[in-house]
Ligand binder design. Structure first.
Ligand code: ADE
Length: 344
């Protein structure tokens, strides 16, 4: 027997057409004015600026990201300018922003784009260093109008609430995001979800009375919208004890270039971690007469570093500190000498 088309027979979940119209009408009025959203006379966005902003915003809050963005695109106004710049200048512009692999990848990708051309589609962006599905979807939808749905923290939360899903998997979020995406305005749609998540459908106290989607929202109907999605288990923070040596002063000091994914390419004071860190450092640098300057702490990606900073004497070449890109931890360490967190 054929099922009668009653309201009860409609698929569970929001109605796509009215929901799209409601969110886009809200976005047309309430979209945040952000520097990477600038359009040219033909209403197009500069893919270079969109790409830089999306890489920045992967791990940096909008308020902080916009300061780095303005500075970055002022220094490197085009993909050619970025490709032509030395990596150290790029890291210097990224100084203090963290996750420095982003800056190294931007630079490598810029050189690839200059050689091979700017990709105009999702798959071309995905092939570039440092570009994952999120960034490729963001750039291809925002700058090229391709129907690709982004899946970030804001989108995950909004969709989890719309469907009252406590534990949304990555696949679940992507499927729902793909299904809801408005193919007529994919870039606006993606940014509308981001803005709704950032300004109304916030993690702790969603402002449901102001939400254009409350009529479609299962979490709102449940009376406990903030309960969705359930909090994720946090990766435990590892405490790390380390020692740094300052040979010289806060302006001219012996610096080493860091290796590895986290801080690779940056410069900093010589550091050792773990047991006997101080004697190991003194031996390695043939240094003597250590004097404790103080201790600083800094958290980075699941590590809380406690750094004991010693002044010491040694014959070691000095570099001009302000000319080199340094991590925030090193700025804090050098700040012990001047009584401030950052020297320049
Ligand atoms: N977060 C990530 N991308 C964004 C964008 N394009 N606008 C606002 N917030 C964002």
């Amino acid at each position: 027997m054929k099922a009668r088309q009653t309201k009860e027979n409609e698929p569970a979940g929001p109605l796509t057409g009215p929901l799209r119209r409601a969110l886009l009408a809200w976005f047309d009025v309430h979209a945040r004015v952000l520097p990477w959203r600038m359009v040219d006379d033909a209403g197009r966005r500069d893919p270079y600026r969109v790409w830089v902003s999306e890489v920045l915003l992967q791990q940096t809050q909008v308020a902080r990201g916009r300061i780095y963005f303005e500075n970055f695109v002022t220094q490197f106004a085009t993909v050619q300018a970025l490709a032509d710049a030395p990596i150290e200048a790029v890291l210097k512009a990224w100084e203090g922003c963290g996750y420095y692999a982003r800056a190294r990848n931007l630079h490598r990708a810029a050189r690839q784009i200059v050689a091979d051309g700017m990709p105009a589609h999702y798959s071309g962006w995905l092939a570039l260093p440092g570009v994952g599905p999120y960034t490729a979807a963001a750039v291809s939808s925002l700058a090229f109008g391709e129907a690709r749905a982004v899946n970030d923290g804001n989108v995950r939360r909004v969709l989890a609430r719309l469907y009252a899903e406590l534990t949304p998997s990555e696949t679940w979020v992507q499927e729902k995001a793909d299904a809801l995406l408005d193919p007529a305005r994919p870039g606006n749609w993606n940014e509308a979800l981001m803005d709704l998540g950032a300004t109304i459908c916030t993690p702790k106290s969603p402002n449901c009375p102001a939400c254009p989607l409350s009529a479609h929202c299962a979490a709102f109907k449940s009376g406990e919208p903030g309960a969705y999605p359930a909090a994720k288990k946090r990766t435990p923070v590892k405490a790390v004890d380390a020692v740094a040596l300052l040979i010289g002063d806060a302006h001219e000091a012996y610096l080493e270039q860091r290796e590895g994914n986290l801080l690779g390419g940056l410069y900093g004071l010589p550091i050792e971690e773990g047991e006997d860190a101080l004697p190991r450092l003194l031996t390695r640098l043939s240094a003597h007469s250590p004097q404790l300057l103080g201790t600083v702490t800094h958290s980075m990606t699941h590590r809380l570093v406690t750094l004991h900073v010693y002044a010491a004497q040694a014959e070691a070449p000095r570099q001009t500190v302000k000319e080199r890109p340094l991590s925030r931890l090193d700025h804090k360490a050098l700040g012990l000498l001047s009584g401030q967190g950052r020297l320049f």
